[in-house]
Design a protein. Structure first.
Length: 423
């Protein structure tokens, strides 16, 4: 990594990454607050309208390997540009038209958004691992915090925008954030020395190959990957599958809570619809605190294993607490909110620390997200089916408890000292 990127460009690049991260959840979380208007406007029932929120999560799994290939072909910085253009296009398409054309546009735009955000999901950990190797936990924490901050903004403001602009105008208005991010990204990256597209080593390590792209336009030599950088090599690494289990447990728990917490609280405690709906606020908002606490703990020389254990216990507190002392639900929801933000940082910091090159990082991130989100996408249906079959919430909470325990166990394995057995 050049001195330009390390010193003068480092802070500017981090700011640009964070502005980009604002757009990785905002297009998704801007829809639920106006879902009733969307369903009425498009003439959809609740099931079909719900697909407009569910499709992006499916894309996160299915499209992740293709996103990895795109990043290899065009390089991480250009991939961010592609992602932002896709977010802008998808947001505007989703809000266009009327009648049948609007329905087609809504689903088409949602698919475009899902694909674009998937590229962003994969490329940001790659950029952090390569360009911020000495600050991976801090950069990952800020990245996670910014995504959650974008979610809070979208959830809080979209309904107010809709009162003035209508649901289509309100949802489309979030494209302005992506346009601003695109401008910031293009200006910032033009001032930074052009990076190796892919395959180069993580900072401080010898690259697998040398790419030459100087002022004479000399073409780069073909990339020759080491065996552990290929897809088969990455999938043979035990650490990849340990992280898959960790991310699957994290994401399954997140989608289960997001989908069923309000109804669970109404059934268990008889709280009002408004109170149950507001339960999502501490769960989403305190994720920002978790994203910040983990880097602070690591900076204070708390071992990664210690941070992982603490975040794992906070996650377990939600299903265990609701089983044993449901009247303290606000405490359990708040602790889980901190955990879901902190565990994201733990998992992707471990990815950055345990991968040796850009190519290995890129494929590991794609594998972890592809398999993890595939499991997570089943969470609302699984919890709903268990609840319906058992006629109560105890069995469903035990499923959630199992997913959080799987997450914690996997993180314990992933944070073993590499010196003992580095996969």
């Amino acid at each position: 990594m050049s001195n330009i990127r390390t010193a003068a460009g480092g802070s500017a690049l981090l700011v640009a990454v964070l502005v980009f991260a604002l757009n990785l959840r905002t297009p998704i979380t801007s829809l639920p607050p106006v879902m009733a208007d969307v369903a009425a406007g498009l003439g959809l029932d609740q099931t079909l309208a719900g697909l407009l929120v569910g499709i992006p999560a499916l894309c996160f799994s299915v499209v992740a390997p293709a996103a990895s290939g795109l990043i290899a072909r065009v390089g991480p910085y250009a991939a961010v540009t592609v992602a932002l253009v896709g977010v802008i296009a998808g947001t505007l398409i989703r809000s266009a038209g009327s009648g049948t054309a609007a329905v087609v546009a809504a689903f088409t735009g949602t698919v475009v958004l899902g694909c674009a955000i998937t590229v962003g999901n994969v490329v940001v950990p790659v950029i952090i691992a390569r360009d911020f190797s000495s600050r991976t936990a801090l950069a990952t924490g800020l990245y996670s915090s910014t995504m959650n901050l974008g979610s809070v903004f979208a959830t809080s403001l979209t309904a107010s925008f809709a009162a003035v602009l209508g649901w289509q105008g309100a949802v489309a208005s979030w494209s302005l954030v992506a346009i601003a991010a695109l401008v910031v990204w293009l200006v910032t990256t033009r001032r930074i020395a052009r990076p190796v597209p892919d395959g180069g080593a993580a900072p401080g390590e010898a690259p697998t190959e040398t790419l030459v792209e100087g002022p004479t336009g000399t073409p780069a030599r073909a990339i020759v990957e080491r065996p552990d950088e290929t897809w088969s090599g990455v999938l043979r690494r035990p650490i990849t599958w340990v992280l898959v289990v960790a991310f699957a447990g994290q994401s399954f728990s997140y989608f289960a809570v997001t989908g069923w917490l309000p109804e669970l609280l109404r059934d268990l405690l008889g709280v009002s619809v408004t109170t149950a709906g507001n339960a999502a606020a501490p769960f989403q908002g305190l994720a920002i605190a978790g994203s910040v606490l983990v880097p602070l703990a690591l900076a204070a020389r708390v071992p990664m294993r210690g941070a992982a254990v603490m975040m794992g216990l906070l996650w377990v507190a939600l299903p265990a607490g609701l089983l044993l002392a449901p009247q303290w639900w606000l405490l359990w929801v708040s602790l889980a909110g901190i955990a879901q933000g902190g565990n994201f940082v733990v998992i992707f910091t471990i990815v950055a620390q345990r991968c040796r090159t850009v190519a290995q990082t890129r494929r590991t991130v794609a594998a972890v997200q592809a398999f993890g989100y595939a499991v997570a996408a089943s969470a609302p249906a699984v919890i709903g089916a268990v609840h319906a079959a058992s006629g109560g919430w105890t069995a469903a909470l035990l499923v959630m408890l199992a997913s959080t325990l799987a997450l914690g166990t996997a993180e314990l394995l992933a944070t073993r000292r590499p010196g003992r057995a580095r996969p």
